[in-house]
Design a protein around this ligand. Structure first.
Ligand code: ZN
Length: 270
């Protein structure tokens, strides 16, 4: 019975995607759910598997994540999705945790250690793994106050933009993006001080308030979040993700940034 219901849900999802934009592909069309991952003595070292703890997907989890992926079907993203399909990471793994990595020069290998960070999902550019963590399913659900979209929806597109960025060897997140975003002219010391307020709320587990403040303060600078200003790669992922899902992004993005996005969607489409 469960299988039948899930099958029908999948059918409805693909029908609605089709109804929205005829012929458009969604992230669900290019990504696959993977249940296993092998670690090695050399690379990826066993400490990676020990840190993140891979586990098989349940059908319920696949239905939830599949729903978010199916809604990433905007016509502007078609070229980006195709680039991920051709050159990017297309497997999504289910993991318990996030991990950090470091060089162990004595052992001449990269090793991993579990991170306390409660990321919903992560893209690891060292191992080429995308992991959806327990937090994705246990984290407080809430709407983005501006976009009126589930923040997990925006978060998944953010991570897929890292996937795209790696697949294109940072071709779209370097000088041209930095210029369009005006990164060189920002008062980073000031925005980093402000970001401490966001972090303080996070520490108190006032997650929705932290998120809203991150958004509010970032928008003052013409960015979707203060977090966008932490580096060009995070900025790139944030600017595209909110550019797609926040209908108000047009009101706070600079003309240069909007022109850059237009060009990105155009170039990748070809
Ligand atoms: Zn990121």
């Amino acid at each position: 019975m469960m299988k039948l219901i899930l099958g029908m849900m999948a059918m409805l999802t693909s029908l609605s995607a089709w109804a929205g934009s005829p012929g458009a592909i969604s992230a669900l069309d290019i990504m696959t759910f993977a249940d296993e991952f092998q670690c090695q003595d050399k690379f990826p070292h066993h400490s990676f598997c020990e840190s993140v703890q891979f586990k098989p997907w349940t059908s319920g989890e696949k239905a939830i994540v599949g729903g978010y992926l199916a809604r990433i079907n905007d016509p502007r993203l078609q070229g980006i999705l195709k680039a991920i399909k051709e050159n990017g990471i297309t497997k999504i793994h289910r993991v318990s945790h996030a991990a950090r990595w470091y060089n162990n020069p004595q052992m001449r290998r990269v090793e991993f250690v579990r991170s306390a960070e409660k990321a919903f999902l992560w893209v690891n550019p060292v191992t080429n793994v995308i992991g959806v963590t327990d937090s994705f399913f246990t984290g407080t659900p809430f709407m983005d106050p501006y976009a009126k979209v589930d923040r997990k929806q925006i978060n998944i597109l953010h991570e897929l933009m890292h996937d795209f960025d790696i697949a294109t060897n940072h071709a779209f997140s370097m000088e041209e993006f930095e210029q369009a975003a005006g990164l060189a002219n920002l008062d980073l010391a000031k925005s980093q001080r402000e970001f401490q307020q966001v972090m303080a709320l996070m520490k108190e587990k006032r997650t929705a308030e932290a998120y809203a403040l991150d958004r509010e303060l970032g928008i003052k600078y013409g960015f979707p979040t203060l977090y966008s200003m932490s580096n060009q790669f995070e900025g790139f992922a944030e600017v595209v993700a909110y550019g797609i899902f926040d209908p108000h992004a047009d009101e706070y993005y600079s003309p240069e940034l909007k022109a850059y996005l237009g060009k990105l969607f155009d170039v990748t489409e070809k």
